[in-house]
Design a protein around this ligand. Structure first.
Ligand code: DP6
Length: 346
């Protein structure tokens, strides 16, 4: 018997960055992210437990993609205890992303969260029941996703999520993300993220290698302490929504610190491109001149995420089209916004 499942799951953009891990995908500091909408993965799984020829076949947009298989096999070995049927199953995966693979848009977050949700769903089907997708179910999905990619554990929730223990969120845990939608002011619930694509090239350094560079970095402990403080301050600021300048200061500092850390390692790397710096300066100039509370954040790549309240969309879009797209690869940008979280596809 073959079981099938399909899920759409979004990417997320961290405001407080997860950078540095230990043990089995455990974060060195808590992180907080917005869940995105337009940038997502659609994944379809067909699983035959007790198959005559067990194995894994992965395709992307219908085209076989063997290069994805090692990461998925490693993930399966980590979740086999929870899904024992995986060891003798034939698993066929097809996925599709709405955004360029490897360009610093967290494809592992959307892909690994989509895959985890498909596995959870198939597990429920194998065990013959309609399992209520209650908060415990989502928490388990988040924990499973974490084992695939740390940031993926935040993608299973709508609007915003916190992953990692922090004193201001008593339910928080290093093992799974928690929903953070109800703790933030309305202004943040439809926040915009226009992703300015400076380069669509494959990432030169994987996140996993980046996290590893934190080990032995002399600033590491100071960074983790600062991230913990920044998360506490940011969640206070996001609870009221009245001080967007404070929001901007923390978010931009987190982005610049992430890249400063990458530049400070024994084998440093620079993921920003000249266009990244030009865009940051242009954002600072525009904000100063207009007073519009637009800011940026960066992922582990050169692209710039432009964050702003929805009410400023018309003015920002005019400015993006006239002043910012010249810095983008083929003038490309992706209009995205805070989203409603994963969805099962029938
Ligand atoms: C810069 O989640 O991609 O996007 O756990 O090794 O898969 P792994 O790393 P990953 O790291 C993401 C780092 C980041 C910041 C963030 O999303 O918090």
């Amino acid at each position: 018997m073959t079981f099938t499942s399909a899920w759409r799951s979004p990417s997320n953009i961290a405001l407080i960055k997860y950078w540095g891990k230990h043990g089995l995908q455990l974060p060195r500091n808590p992180s907080l992210s917005f869940t995105l909408s337009a940038c997502h993965t659609v994944m379809r799984l067909a699983v035959t437990p007790d198959a005559d020829s067990p194995g894994l076949q992965v395709s992307y947009d219908g085209v076989p993609k063997q290069s994805f298989e090692p990461k998925i096999k490693t993930f399966f070995s980590l979740v086999e205890e929870r899904f024992p049927w995986l060891s003798k199953a034939s698993v066929i995966i097809d996925s599709h992303n709405t955004f360029p693979h490897g360009a610093g848009i967290a494809s592992s977050a959307s892909a690994m969260s989509a895959l985890s949700l498909c596995l959870m769903d198939i597990h429920d089907q194998i065990h013959g029941g309609i399992v209520p997708q209650n908060s415990e179910w989502w928490q388990t999905a988040s924990e499973v996703a974490r084992l695939g990619s740390g940031s993926a554990c935040r993608s299973v929730y709508p609007v915003a999520s916190i992953w990692g223990q922090t004193p201001n969120a008593p339910e928080s845990s290093d093992f799974f993300g928690i929903p953070w939608e109800h703790e933030i002011a309305p202004v943040f619930k439809d926040y915009r993220d226009t992703i300015l694509i400076v380069s669509t090239a494959e990432k030169s350094v994987s996140s996993t290698a980046g996290h590893r560079l934190m080990e032995g970095l002399s600033y590491a402990e100071a960074r983790y302490a600062e991230a913990r403080q920044n998360l506490i301050r940011l969640s206070e600021v996001m609870a009221t929504g009245t001080d967007l300048n404070a929001f901007i200061a923390i978010v931009e500092s987190e982005a610049l610190q992430l890249h400063a850390l990458m530049m400070s390692g024994k084998t440093p790397f620079i993921l920003m491109e000249p266009g990244t710096i030009s865009l940051i300066k242009e954002i600072w100039r525009f904000r100063k001149e207009t007073g519009i509370p637009v800011c940026f954040t960066l992922d582990a790549g050169p692209n710039v995420h432009l964050l702003y309240p929805n009410q400023y969309s018309p003015a920002i879009m005019d400015w993006v089209n006239s002043n910012l797209t010249p810095y983008c690869a083929q003038g490309k940008s992706i209009p995205d916004q805070v989203g409603t979280g994963p969805e099962k596809i029938s």
